[in-house]
Design a protein around this ligand. Sequence first.
Ligand SMILES: [Zn+2]
Length: 290
Amino acid sequence: MSRLPDPECPICNDAPAHHWLWRDDRLRVIDARDADHPAFLRVIWHGHERETSDLADADRQHLMDVVWHVERCVRDIAQPDKINVASLGNVVPHLHWHVIARWQDDAHFPGSVWSARLRDGAPRPRVPAALWRATLLSRLGLPAVHVPPELADAYEATNYAIDLPDGPATLRVGAQEALLERWLTAHSQTRWALISAANPWSSRCDTDANRAAHGALRALLVQRGLPLCEAVNWPEERTSGWTEPALLCGGLSPEEAVRIGAAFGQNAVLCGDAGGEARLLWCVRPAGAH
Ligand SMILES: [Zn+2]
């Protein structure tokens, strides 16, 4: 059982946002890079626990498994001279582990990254969030997340509005859409997916952050050379709830759509085959309520 959030704790109050790279019901992995250390991830336990040994056995095992998977990802991507793995928490006593790529010519080597700066470190490029997310996802898999029934109902009830060349269309789970069929035929595609990058981890982000994520999703899909169409998701009750930008993409397999949705922190994507109904596919593994 996790402790309640501490209102004074900056880690408890780190709102879910686009800088999160992977998360499940128990922990999150964030990009913690700074000017001197470009490949620096942090694994944070969601609950306000103080020490690793305060966790139940299964939780502690899960946390450490993720730490070592993250270490492997940092090694694979950054190819550093050395990895530092550390749990301090002296400043903020909320359980978290640092995983840091180190180079002999970085600003602090061979001291810790918190020691006195010894030199201007050799410049190294930052790692794009999309690369971290794809690599973490391939090692850690789809996250185990409890989806409450009311949230599942909201996904089922969402309207997915698309501006197709032949006119506006609305997709709904379990329904067919004639204009979408024409669009697929026109592009010689037999399947489609609708994916959003907005409001990852089911938490509201500001318009600029959502726009940036939408741009990253669009760039990824454009690179695939597949036909795209802008879309908007809105709740069944138009008067309340969120609207989100999304993209309709022809030709993606359901598996690819789920992986891309998961990499952008989405709970679900919408998919379908030509002549079939729209299906909701979850990008998380179901987990029991804690
Ligand atoms: Zn805390």
